[in-house]
Design a binder for this molecule. Structure first.
Ligand code: ADE
Ligand code: ZN
Length: 332
């Protein structure tokens, strides 16, 4: 089964590239940039990765990315992850990145974008991997700032696939960013948002109604609201569920209690992703293996979840078609 899951062509729709920063690379970049870390060793860093909730994680996540300063750093960050993901059978990644988290530290937008785009282009040319780009905005900051950053990114709009909304969900309802999402829609970008991770089911409805999103990142809290479930089912809105993330951030107590089987049972369009693999115990393959161990799913379930992801991915149509065919031809 492990070998089946490894070679299955896998697609993830929910990955924060800054959350792929492994402690080893953090130390290498800290040294290169002359930055002192609060940790003595890689083991020290790993030992610190115990979180009580989303905010506890975000504090370390924003601290960790402080080593990213130049375009080379962003290139190294992304290419490192792309190679690891490709080695474990990932064929497409829709990647979130957080420009505001770098701009507030005095890192210029061009450093972020040039580094990430170089890694994307190189990976697409040399690995069996395609990458969608989601410029994410931090919901615990103001809409005014988000709009300014969006305008600043104008030279890159044509190379982006979507905008997203992430960071601390509690008390930061989707509607706060209505004008931003309207602005991005006008530029032809797709719209996604984190909703219903720690926040209530109503934030999922708000993100659909007010922000007009077409994909829900996380969305696990939808089960609190049967009318919403019915709507997600009838519209087949995709949920990018992140099982290991939900355990690490205590959205649920343990994987065996995760609502994933219930979401599938409800007929929802579910996918699985790794969210922040360096912080949550592994990438997309580890998430697949953990689900197999927790739920005993057979091959057909994993194939269906990856088919869902491919159908909704930000990917060129010929590659989508070819990957769907490849997925279908894998024996069960
Ligand atoms: N940024 C990175 N990971 C996140 C998550 N799981 N939720 C919200 N914002 C994030
Ligand atoms: Zn996320």
């Amino acid at each position: 089964m492990y070998e089946y899951l490894r070679q299955l062509p896998k697609t993830e729709l929910h990955l924060h590239i800054e959350g792929s920063l492994e402690p080893e690379l953090m130390f290498r970049l800290a040294k290169r940039n002359g930055i002192a870390l609060d940790y003595a060793s890689v083991e020290d860093v790993k030992a610190a990765y115990r979180f009580d909730n989303l905010q506890g994680f975000l504090n370390l996540y924003y601290q960790g990315m402080n080593v990213l300063r130049t375009r080379e750093d962003f290139y190294d960050l992304a290419i490192d992850y792309f190679k690891r993901a490709s080695d474990e059978g990932v064929v497409h990644i829709d990647m979130h990145f957080d420009p505001q988290a770098h701009l507030v530290r005095g890192v210029a937008l061009d450093e972020v974008m040039e580094g990430l785009f170089r890694a994307k282009e190189e990976a697409e040319a040399s690995l069996d991997l395609s990458i969608g780009m989601i410029m994410a905005f931090l919901r615990d900051r103001s809409q005014e700032e988000a709009l300014e950053v969006f305008e600043q990114a104008a030279p890159y709009w044509t190379r982006l696939d979507a905008i997203g909304l992430d960071s601390a969900e509690r008390d930061n309802p989707p509607v706060k960013f209505k004008a931003l999402f309207e602005r991005a829609a006008k530029e032809g970008l797709a719209l996604v948002a984190h909703a219903g991770e720690e926040g209530p089911a109503d934030y999922i409805r708000q993100a659909l109604d007010e922000l007009k999103i077409t994909r829900v990142d996380h969305g696990v809290r939808c089960l609190d609201d049967s009318e919403l479930v019915e709507r997600l089912r009838s519209e087949q809105v995709v949920l990018t569920v992140c099982p290991l993330s939900n355990v690490c951030l205590k959205v649920i107590d343990e994987l065996g209690e995760h609502p994933l089987p219930a979401l599938i049972e409800e007929g929802l369009k579910v996918t699985i992703s790794s969210d922040d693999p360096a912080y949550f115990g592994g990438g997309l393959l580890a998430n697949h293996v953990a689900c197999r161990d927790a739920f005993g799913w057979d091959e057909s379930v994993f194939k269906a979840l990856n088919r869902n992801a491919l159908e909704e991915a930000f990917i060129a149509e010929p590659r989508r078609k070819a990957l769907l065919q490849r997925l279908d031809s894998i024996g069960e």
